[in-house]
Design a protein around this ligand. Sequence first.
Ligand SMILES: *Cc1c(COP(=O)(O)O)cnc(C)c1O
Length: 430
Amino acid sequence: MTSNDLALLGGTPVIGAPLAPYNQIGPLERARVLEVMDSGVLSGFIAVDGPEFDGGPMVRELERQWCGHFGCRYAVTVNSATSGLYAAMGAIGLEPGDEVIVPPYTMSATAMAPLIYGGIPVFVDIEPETFCLDPAQVAAAITPRTRAILAVNLFGHPARLAELRALADARGLYLVEDNAQGPLAAEHGRQAGTVGHIGVFSLNRHKHVQTGEGGVCVTDDERLALRLRLIRNHGENLIEAFGVEDASGLVGFNYRLSELSAAVGLAQLERAGVIVSRREELAARLTAAVSGLEGLTPPAVRAGCRHVYYVWAARYDAGAVGVPRALFAQAMAAEGVPLGQGYVRPLYRLPPFQRRQAFGGGWPFSLSERRYPDGLAPVCERMHETELLSFAICSHQLEQDAIDRIADAFHKVHAARHRLAALAKGSQAA
Ligand SMILES: *Cc1c(COP(=O)(O)O)cnc(C)c1O
């Protein structure tokens, strides 16, 4: 046995200890939180007409600074991006039976959001290079019932936002961006999250910058901003006070962010540029180090785009490598590098769609003829079943050296592909 032997076969792993979990919480966050503790006011919200309708000082300061960082007129914090997506669907006035075009390859909340208002998610396939919505297929899926396009900037790469916005404008639709994974991503100099009528960011513990749980909705539209604020904070009480004519969709929730969370968010926002640039550098280093390995295509960056790498997602060609994806991933895991095979299952395979049942009696699917069969989004299915091989670069605390070892592991396993191929064949024969 030498260190050249695959760890899977008893050799020494390239990385002997588990990768350290990502942690960017430090003295800045602590100091801000202590300010809140000393004030004794852990939330500033009350659902009445007055300044407290919009929360406490930390919440308002976070929203003010968010606008500055991301270049938008209004920022409305919420207690999660899931809440933000739900609020966005309410803000655009989604009604039962309205269709919302969504990609099937995203965190499940994206596709649940329309259902909350009785809307019907219409799944449209993704592009194989960036795993984001394919605008040509979006255009083809628009019907008289379509109300919105809900695009996801998946893994931190912007969808074709300018094109989708132009399409939405031409057809009288809303474009909403799920930018949970893409703070500071950009397309042609426009920040991801700010091209759509509403953009939704996540501050959950796994994301680039976090408050444990939290989220932010952004918009340049005053009317949408008001509706988001009303939905966040029991808006039914404030409809008259704000002189809102159309009360539809303004049954409010409690989506309020606490002062403690907002305090953490302010500290995180201060360092967001550094955190994200650092991750970009590490991702570029990994990409450069594994480029040229036959059968492995590192993440693409479309011309004019900034990719912020929530996930470093490569495409794997089992035919070219000669090793099934699962075995390659198993060998990498043995070397100390956990890789994801695919991402989530195509979302139309979730029970609400397969059983056409979200709320009692099959509603809202009873409002629609939509079916969700296998083969609905072939690119997504292919990515999920055979091609996508991902490294959760945002989940680990990484330095250049760790990136170099991860690249070494790719090279080591790739170099042993004939041995692995023989192994796979043997186990098939057995
Ligand atoms: C994380 C995530 C969400 C949900 O964010 P929460 O803040 O946890 O509710 C939604 N969409 C995408 C694409 C995500 O990655």
